[in-house]
Unconditional design. Structure first.
Length: 360
């Protein structure tokens, strides 16, 4: 079948999309995050031991420099010849300092050696760079769950130009993930905050169970009430629960797959056309939607007037009013109102011109 611009239109054979290699970035893992937290607390503990030891020796009669000098020698197990005599209290204090201080320092050194041996130090540095990258993102999409559905969703979103952050608890699934990622539990508020939930445009919940996806939906809505939330539901019975939890869209892949199979049998050319219009990057025309903003240049105009102003441009297929009702093939005298969602088809340039007109 040949499209309007002379290019051959073919049905997509695979729903999965090859990951864009240009999006390769550093990845953060939960183990690296926990190691950093452990090292931070052990360093704090070492500093506390040195401070307490210095203050203790100062109270025992040493000056500040000698007190700090003695403390460092004790906790580092170097040892020294006492230039002064310690009374019973001083000896007891030194014993306590040895037991607590030496153990703390040795534990810290053990963590540092393990980090270097296992390669965690470079991973920690990479994780910090990746986290800074996520912290700089805004209007991105968070994909919770990097299984088959989550992987295909992330790839298609990236192909469309969206920044994607993946949240997944299984480190093996993230091994070949080409997007910024956070290894952790999606149901944890802390994990979602590390993924930039407050600045995100959309969250996609595709976890292994409806219960987990439902919990993520509740947490995400509580953290960002302006967030667009799309949830994958494995059963029809769970759809209403997702909607009550705050999901804006609920998708059942099994039902969609059945509908697609039936449509392919009954209307194969229509299915092929919609498939390439929405997903095929090699086809010049696109099928897109956008919302008319208050005060835009086409708000208040009829469809005919808007088309004349834009010089023909994109073909308007349908309008969805703020109440959710669709008007297919709207009459040319129908007035375009703020809040209307316009569904149009055209080239990228035509759609961009219409999108700009609808936004200002």
């Amino acid at each position: 079948m040949t499209g309007a611009h002379g290019k051959r239109v073919t049905a997509r054979q695979n729903a999965a999309v090859d990951p864009p290699k240009r999006l390769l970035v550093y990845r953060s893992g939960r183990s690296r995050y926990d190691l950093a937290r452990q090292l931070r607390w052990t360093v704090v503990a070492v500093v506390a031991v040195v401070v307490l030891g210095t203050v203790g020796y100062r109270l025992l009669g040493l000056n500040w420099l000698d007190a700090a000098y003695s403390t460092v020698f004790v906790v580092t197990t170097v040892g020294f010849d006492e230039p002064y005599d310690l009374d019973t209290a001083g000896k007891l204090f030194t014993i306590v300092l040895m037991l607590g201080g030496i153990g703390t320092v040795l534990y810290t050194l053990t963590l540092l050696v393990a980090a270097f041996v296992d390669g965690h130090v470079s991973s920690l540095l990479e994780g910090r760079r990746m986290q800074r990258h996520i912290d700089d993102l805004a209007d991105h999409v968070i994909v919770c769950g990097y299984g088959r559905v989550g992987r295909a969703s992330a790839h298609q979103l990236a192909r469309s130009g969206r920044q994607v952050v993946v949240v997944e608890r299984n480190a093996e699934r993230l091994a070949d993930c080409p997007y910024p990622s956070v290894e952790g539990d999606s149901t944890s508020d802390e994990t979602l905050e590390r993924a930039g939930i407050q600045r995100a445009y959309c969250l996609v919940a595709t976890l292994e169970s409806d219960a987990d996806s439902l919990f993520v939906t509740l947490s995400a809505r509580a953290l960002n009430d302006q967030l667009l939330i799309i949830a994958r539901s494995r059963t029809e019975a769970a759809v209403a629960k997702f909607e009550r939890a705050g999901a804006d869209r609920v998708v059942n892949p099994q039902r969609l797959g059945g509908d697609r199979i039936a449509a392919s049998a009954l209307q194969p050319h229509v299915v092929d056309f919609l498939d390439v219009a929405m997903h095929d990057a090699e086809i010049e025309f696109r099928l897109e939607d956008f919302e008319v903003a208050d005060g835009s240049s086409i708000a208040g105009l009829t469809i005919l007037e808007a088309r004349q102003r834009e010089g023909g441009g994109a073909l308007l297929l349908a309008i969805r009013d703020p109440g959710g009702a669709f008007v297919s093939n709207p009459d040319a005298e129908r007035e375009i109102r703020p809040g209307d969602a316009i569904i149009a088809i055209g080239t990228e340039a035509q759609l961009e011109a219409l999108r700009v007109a609808g936004s200002r």
